[in-house]
Design a binder for this molecule. Sequence first.
Ligand SMILES: Cc1cc2nc3c(=O)[nH]c(=O)nc-3n(C[C@H](O)[C@H](O)[C@H](O)COP(=O)(O)O)c2cc1C
Length: 310
Amino acid sequence: MNTKMEIKPDLKTDIGGIVLKNPVMTASGTFGYAMEFKEFVNLNRLGGIIVKGLSLEPSMGNKPPRIVETACGMLNAIGLENVGLEAFVKEKLPFFKKISTPVFTNIYGKSIGEYARLAERIDEFNEIAGIEVNISCPNVKAGGLAFGVVPETAAEVIKAVRKASSKPLIVKLSPNVTDITQIARAVEDAGADSLSLINTITGMSIDIETRRSKLANVTGGLSGPAIKPVALRMVWQVVQAVSIPVIGIGGILSARDALEFLIVGATAVQVGTANFINPQASMDVVTGLEHYLVQKNLKHINDVIGSMKT
Ligand SMILES: Cc1cc2nc3c(=O)[nH]c(=O)nc-3n(C[C@H](O)[C@H](O)[C@H](O)COP(=O)(O)O)c2cc1C
């Protein structure tokens, strides 16, 4: 008798006030508004879906070229192009009623007031399970530095969003800081239910013929397999610094990649750039995690989370 085949592993995971059926989520900006992927992915099989970053007003984003391929990754300077809050509510939100998977809205504002207004409006809709707050965008008042690079301003944003919304709050951290654990602790104290990391790492690429940047915006955000070791290190550090769940992001292409993040203590993961390479990547990660648990004779994903040996 093959006892391994009898185990039906339990992949359920709690990301802070909300239980996902499995730890595999899709990352903001790489999965559109979910409907674009419905032909490729069984959306109900995902643990969670994070939709494209949303601002109060529609945004065209930056001028092209906005994407450059790099060794084992890509640089993007999309500039948070999106339909804006009210078009999102009217055109995108009704689709989420058809999906059983929790959908999270990723929000960004140019001021603390904008973050709060977005959170307050999103709070009205049952179709949205929670909010992921992207604090990596420029703070106009403090001179264009990202909110998420200074612990005090990061905390101010989260306090305001916390006041404006009763939904679970995931705070998405920027890796472009000296010590990510300081920001993590500040937003935990300000009321975050969980943290997701990392967003892209600022980078550049030059065309040696024209001697210009390959991106119209000059700099861009590096993502994909190239950033995985950095992301993994940061997740490992943050897991030890806070007591709320941490969601790992960065270069996850396969279940093997996802497992590395879970083993260092991530409670869930997000699949990003991989969706562009293989639109079914998120499904492959779910299937691969199930296989791993069966193969290792483990009953629950919690037997993997934080199981790193030293
Ligand atoms: C084209 C593109 C657009 C993105 N847009 C957003 C966004 O709107 N909001 C956000 O928080 N992160 C955004 N990200 C960052 C991803 O969600 C993710 O944090 C990052 O790409 C690292 O993961 P990966 O290596 O798996 O792609 C974007 C990334 C890419 C490549």
